[in-house]
Design a protein around this ligand. Structure first.
Ligand SMILES: C[S@@+](CC[C@H](N)C(=O)[O-])C[C@H]1O[C@@H](n2cnc3c(N)ncnc32)[C@H](O)[C@@H]1O
Length: 222
């Protein structure tokens, strides 16, 4: 586990309430209708990706934070396990009745197996070496023919792997800098190729805030 990820988790430990406030601000500023459209777009990528696993598949969400993703997956019918490693997030997930587990994908060992894993907006805080460790650990908790859905941020193909410590302005403002890693598509493909995962779906997406995202569905069947 990198120092970058550890220090970022300390920021979340202190400022989780600000993170929740940011989510509320974002929903308010974007408006209910636009928020619903954006959520539907993201959720359809997950539902489509997990479709082959069947409606009642066991899905682990890593880095659930305020639980919006876990809730959507549960409403769809999946048997969802929410998780996070930050105390304030675990408390919130418990309050929402999501029965979370405390799980740090870079250091914890899980004695359970899942059909699917979702890590959405989580690897933004992972160095390339963290990402390699996370993929290896996730592979070990997936059943054969299981799948992982994840995204990473990008600054374009030429940028390669660059990073910064930043506290974004506006709705994403937290009050302290977090570590953000940006990947090129080829850099992520190379990391995946060195694992036992196989890419089954890929999408590039530019959000309205100008941030680019690379979205992957990968299968544990090599
Ligand atoms: C930007 S938030 C995204 C939250 C949520 N998944 C979403 O889509 O809005 C990043 C999340 O990743 C979690 N996270 C960061 N490093 C982690 C690690 N090593 N293991 C598990 N979760 C981690 C944080 O605690 C936080 O909940």
């Amino acid at each position: 586990m990198s120092k970058e990820n550890r220090d970022t988790l300390e920021v979340y430990e202190k400022l989780f309430q600000e993170y929740f406030n940011g989510t509320k601000r974002r929903i308010k500023n974007r408006g209910a209708e636009k928020t619903a459209i954006k959520a539907k777009f993201e959720h359809s990528f997950w539902f489509e990706g997990f479709k082959t696993l069947g409606n009642h598949a066991d899905i682990l969400e890593i880095g659930s934070a305020d639980g919006l993703g876990a809730k959507a997956l549960a409403e769809y019918g999946f048997n969802v396990t929410a998780s996070d490693t930050v105390g304030g997030f675990i408390d919130e997930l418990e309050k929402k009745g999501l029965n979370p587990i405390k799980y740090n994908v870079l250091i914890d060992h899980l004695d359970r197996q899942f059909d699917g894993v979702l890590a959405w907006h989580v690897f933004v805080h992972f160095t390339p070496n963290d990402l390699k460790i996370a993929l290896k650990n996730i592979h070990s908790i997936l059943r054969p023919e299981g799948c992982l859905i994840f995204d990473v941020q990008t600054r374009g193909e030429k940028s390669g792997e660059i990073s910064e410590w930043v506290d974004y302005d506006g709705d994403y403002h937290l009050g302290a800098k977090r570590f953000f890693q940006y990947y090129s598509e080829s850099a992520v493909r190379k990391i995946i190729n060195d694992t036992d995962f196989k890419i089954i779906k890929f999408e590039r997406h530019n959000s309205d805030s100008g941030i680019g995202w690379l979205r992957f569905v990968v299968s544990s069947e090599s």
